[in-house]
Every structure is written in C-alpha cells, then in structure tokens.
Design a protein around this ligand. Structure first.
Ligand code: WT7
Length: 654
C-alpha cells in the first residue's frame, strides 16, 4: 500500500449546524439518530433486519438476516423474495398513482412529466418487450443510453423480470462497450439512435455497431430507442426499434420475485489493474440501503423534488436516480445534457423552473460553475432548495463555502457523501438535521456502518488526525457481492489484509477530534478525474496498445476543476521527438486513448522520455513522476536511476 497519501495537511475549523427550521421538519432529529446508533451497536443484524422489514415489501419474508458462512461472500436476507421494480413503482400506485415520478428535461429543452401510473405502464410494456425477445431471469442486458427517462425505464424493466442489467456510460468507446458485453456475455443491448450533449449528437447506435462488429457473439438483439431522429443504420436480423418491440405488448407484467441475493446489476469500475471489474450487486440488501440513505442522508419527504445530476452510467445514477428515490415514492428530475447549454446557468434554471428542493452533484461541477461566478446563479430563484449534496471526491472548503453561500443561501445543509461503486449506497455522510457539518468532511459513518481507520497491522487508529486506511469492519446490506466471474479478484482486491476481516476501501482518511472522517485520497493507482474513477494501468495499457508506444506511465496531477488531471509519460518505439515535442503525435495518442476507453480517459498532458524511471526491482517510480508532474522540486533519491539524464526529459526541460 502506498504511503504518500496518508499525510494530512488540511485544517478546517468551521462548523455549520442545521437551522432550527431544517431541524424542525427533518426526518431524523439528533435524539432519533442516537437511538439508531445504539440499536445498531447493540445488534447490527437485528438492526438491519428491522429496517429491511420496515422499508421493503417482501413477497416472502427472509429467514436468516446474514449468512457469513462463506465470508467474504456475505449473503443478506436469505430466504427472502422481492422485486425491486415492484418496490419502486407498484407500491406507490395505491395512494400516489398520479404523483409525478420523473420530470425529464432534454438538452434541447423538451420537458416531460411521467406519473407513477404512467411509469408503471411503460415499465411493464417494455419488460414484456424484453421477454418477447427471449430475455429471462438471470440473463444479462447491456444498457447504453443517453440520460433520458427511457434509461431508467429500461433498468426498471430488467429488474422487473429478473434480468441483470449492466449500464455502460454513453461516453465510453466502442472498445470499452465491447469489453463489457463480452465479460457479461449479454444477449441483448438497449441503446438509442443518439443523445444530445453539448449541442451535439452522441452517436450511440453507431458506437454500438462498431462494438458488435468485433465479436460479441453473445448478442442476439439490439433494441434502439429513437431519441434524436437522425439517420442511423439498422441491421435487419439483429436490430429492432424500441417502439416496434413494444407493439402489442401488455401494459401489465407480473414482477419476477427473486431471492434477496439475486444480482440486480453489474457495474464496471476501474481498479489497479488494466481490466475494469464488474461489481455485482444484490437485490434485497442493495435496495434497503438505497432507501435508508434516501431517508437519513437526503431527508427525503413526500413534497420533495429530488435531483441527482449523475448519469445512470455511474453508481450514483443507479442508487440515487433509478432506484432509491423511486423506492421512496419521490419525484425526480432527469436532465439529458451538460450544465453549460445554452449557458452555465442551466442547472440553476432547472432548479428554479422544476422546483428542485434537493440537489446532489459532484465537486468538479461545483468548482467549474463557481469559476464562472455568482452572477448566473444569482439570476435565478433558488429559494425552493432546502438540501444540497456532493459526491465523488473530497470537496475543497472553498467550493463548499461557495455552494453553501451562493447556491444554498446559507440555509441548506450540505451532505458530503462518501461511498463507492462497491458500497452501493452512502456509508459516511451527515444526517442533515441531526449534526453540524464541516467543509471538506463527510462527517460520521451512518448507523449500522462500522467504518474505521486502521494502520498497516489492522489496529484502529484512535489518535485524532492521524491518517490511515479506511476500512469497513462489518458487512452491510448493500455491499458488493463479488466481481462478476472472478471471485478470486473480489477477495484479493477488497479483503487482502487483516486476515480478510475488514473490507478495504482503497482510500486513506483521518478522523478529527470530534470523530469526523476526512477522506485524504486513494492508496492505490486509481485516479479520480472529475469524480470518475480511472485506473492508471488501464490508461497505460491503452497507450501501449498504440503501434508507436513502447512504454507508458500515467499519474494524477492536482487540477483546479477536475480534482486530478491525467499526466502521462511515454517512451516511443522509435526516437524521442526533438526537444520532447510532437504535437501531432500527442493529439493522435489522446484520440487513441479516447477510442480505447472513452473521452474521459484522454491524457491532459504527454511527455516523451527515452526511459521511465524505475526502481532496481523494475517498478515505475510513480511518486517521483507525480512530483515531476506537479512541477515540484525533486526530493526523492534518483541516484539509483540507470539514466539520470531522463530527469530533464521527464520535466519537459530537454
Ligand atoms: C471513490 C469511489 C460513490 C459514487 C461516486 C464515485 C472517492 C467518493 C467521496 C467523498 C471524498 C470520495 C473515494 C472513493 N469518493 N465520494 N464524498 N469524499 N472522496 O464512485 O467511482 O466508485 O469512486 O470516490 O476515493 O473510493 P466510484
């Protein structure tokens, strides 16, 4: 484990208690929260069993709360049967059929309100369409869609029939899509002709065609939703329009009751190796924490309009767009496009027009909008907002204060939520009506979540502000079940130390005098670029796959808006370019990585060197490369380098 992320430098003393107004109407008051903590501490399993029976409509009650006999493969709510789509939609119909479930806004400005009754109808029809294409329980379905209501309908329809979806972010390339199709052995792909982003059309169908050209023999059918209406090609024996697939399908579809541990979805995420892993989530445990965190952290109430800006291609868009808010009968906003079309006031315009009360976004978006200034947000009426949230990376106190002052007008608590694709739901986050927040801290672990900071030996660090490894010491309902098709990788990645007793999150953190958590960064070779996780190895493999590249090393460099930018060092098969500069090749390599992975993985900077700096055992000296990327003075020992003359090359000085 790397040590250089464990030294903490941030000191933030400000505290923000919730207003009396907020406290008065909050779901959880400080005393209730204390009860939850006490209950969970007394009997963790009993605590979750009670929550599960309160929050979920089970078709068959569970008999065992937690089966640990095959740890670390934990199974929650054994014997229980349920359906997520039923819990999200059907159970709202008795009293809330006419309530708006989804307000969709397209980037061009089209707006559509979908009630729970209408959502039920659409999900049932599409679920029947999937069945008619031969999809049954346990089959994998890839969803490669724009951020439109139909993406959520497709996910819900899969859940309804017990099919396992794997959503691939629309910004990923054909080659990333192909890898995911092949790893899941999906039978069917759901896509659209295109989506609107940044005033342009994202060619989703074309990219799907490219992915399927190169293999993907498991795929029999591609369902295509018409979003943009521009010309695309359809392959007669394989492709079918969404509307044609829905022809004559019934508006009722009996939910498939599945075991609590039945996989609801797979979602690929980057790790320290070259290959993204398919994080497998359960049905029962996952749904439970999606719901509890909606109530506790988002303080969700019947009158709220909830907007999480994340795309369904990420875990945030699963738990806090497609599932959690619907399972609590809420009204959500879905927005197709980017925050800067037609101008950088779009988010605030949507908040005003659609009456958003809870707004959840990423620090990178906040920093980007903050940079543009207060004038735009000040033009809008943001008075309906009552709670703000952030996720994806540590938020710097400056951006936190701007969010608090300019967007929240000092009256909205900010919930800084720490969690991961693997944890399924928030783990460490404020309970907004029950505690004070501090800019930059995700505060305390939620009730029932046993988060701790430990040293290399697995001993808890009790000394305030001393950094260590963030671990979870007890299983929790929405935890990762395994890595799809690779149990060993699941064990090796998440349970490698401390006798396999603790879940290793891969982050370093410290706790302050009040026990508040402060996340300090990743301890592995994972970058966090604009809140998205990217493995350095993955980008390196992509670079090395280019015919001109012999070797590559990628590190993160602190970046004002993105959090981290991608900095790469490349050794060419031929000669190093004159003076280390070859703009044409640099553009080509950036585009190449874009094709291999997706635009988010394009290196921001590339430097060419004759060699990479390595230790005697052949490991790339990443810490040195990080120092150089930052432009800092080198304090590490470089005397062991075979070829010290590469240093000025790496620094871009030769
Ligand atoms: C990694 C997980 C969970 C949805 C979005 C990202 C970092 C996440 C925070 C936060 C500091 C955070 C961690 C974590 N992270 N939230 N509130 N404060 N860091 O999901 O792609 O699975 O990435 O994001 O490093 O391990 P992900």
């Amino acid at each position: 484990m790397a040590q250089d992320n464990i030294q903490s430098t941030l000191h933030e003393e400000r505290q923000f208690p919730p207003s009396a107004d907020f406290v008065r109407s909050a779901n959880l008051a400080a005393t209730t929260l204390e009860h939850l903590y006490t209950d969970a501490a007394q009997d963790n399993q009993e605590f979750w069993a009670k929550q599960a029976r309160n929050e979920i409509d089970w078709q068959t009650d569970f008999t065992t709360t937690l089966d640990s006999s095959n740890a670390p493969f934990y199974s929650w709510f054994v014997g229980g049967k349920l359906n997520v789509s039923y819990n999200c939609i059907d159970r709202q119909l008795a009293e809330n059929a006419d309530k708006t479930a989804i307000i969709f806004e397209g980037e061009p400005g089209d707006v559509e309100h979908i009630s729970y009754r209408e959502l039920h109808r659409r999900v049932c029809v599409f679920a029947n369409a999937l069945k008619a294409q031969g999809i049954t329980k346990g089959d994998r379905v890839i969803i490669y869609m724009p951020m439109i209501a139909e993406a959520v309908i497709a996910m819900q329809a899969c859940a309804r029939i017990g099919a396992i979806h794997s959503v691939v972010f629309g910004g990923f390339s054909a080659s990333s899509l192909k890898d995911r199709i092949e790893d899941t052995q999906a039978k069917l792909v759901i896509t659209a002709d295109g989506g609107n982003r940044g005033g342009k059309i994202i060619e989703l169908k074309k990219t799907t065609d490219n992915a399927l050209e190169k293999g993907c023999d498991s795929v029999d059918t591609v369902i295509v939703f018409e979003r943009t209406g521009h010309a695309i090609s359809m392959q007669a024996d394989r492709d079918i329009w969404w509307s044609d697939a829905e022809q004559d399908q019934s508006t009722e579809c009996e939910p498939e009751w599945v075991e609590a541990s039945h996989p609801l979805f797979l979602l690929y995420t980057s790790g320290s190796t070259g290959k993204p892993k398919g994080i497998q989530h359960s049905t029962g445990g996952y749904l439970l924490n999606a719901i509890t965190t909606m109530r506790w952290v988002f303080d969700i109430q019947a009158t709220d309009t909830f907007w999480c800006t994340a795309d369904v291609g990420w875990i945030t868009g699963h738990t806090y767009v497609a599932y959690g808010p619907l399972a609590t009968g809420s009204t959500i906003v879905i927005y197709e496009g980017v925050p800067t079309v037609p101008d950088a006031g779009r988010f605030w315009d949507i908040c005003q027009r659609l009456g958003v009360t809870i707004f959840y976004t990423a620090p990178t978006a906040i920093r980007a909008l903050m940079k543009i200034g207060d004038e735009l947000p000040n033009q809008y009426d943001l008075s309906k907002l009552r709670l703000l949230g952030t996720v994806g990376e540590p938020i710097n106190p400056e951006a936190w204060m701007w969010y608090h002052n300019v967007i929240g007008k000092q009256k909205c608590p900010i919930v800084d939520t720490w969690w991961q694709t693997e944890t399924g739901a928030h783990m460490i986050a404020p309970i907004p009506g029950a505690m004070a927040t501090k800019p930059g801290s995700c505060t305390r672990a939620l009730p029932g979540i046993d988060a701790a900071i430990v040293n290399q030996e697995g001993e808890e660090i009790t000394q305030a502000n001393e950094g260590g490894y963030l671990v979870i010491r007890q299983p929790w309902p929405s935890m990762i079940q395994t890595v799809w098709g690779d149990d060993q990788r699941y064990k090796d990645t998440y349970w490698p130390y401390f006798d396999g007793k603790y879940y290793l999150a891969g982050d370093s953190a410290r706790r302050d005098e009040d026990g508040y958590f402060w996340i300090m960064g990743r301890i592995d070779d994972v970058l966090n670029v604009s809140g998205h996780r990217l493995g350095t190895m993955e980008i390196e493999s992509a670079l090395v796959a280019h015919p001109s590249v012999a070797e590559a090393a990628v590190v993160g460099k602190p970046h004002d808006i993105k959090g981290e930018s991608i900095f790469s060092y490349v050794v060419l098969k031929g000669d190093r370019p004159e003076g280390g500069i070859d703009d044409e090749l640099t553009q080509e390599l950036r585009a190449w990585v874009g094709e291999q992975i997706g635009a988010i993985a394009k290196p921001d900077e590339i430097r060419y060197a004759d060699n990479l700096p390595k230790t005697r055992s052949g490991k790339i000296m990443r810490r040195l490369l990080r120092t150089i990327a930052k432009g800092d003075e080198i304090t590490q020992d470089t005397s062991t380098l075979e070829n010290e003359s590469i240093i000025p090359q790496l620094q871009g000085k030769a």
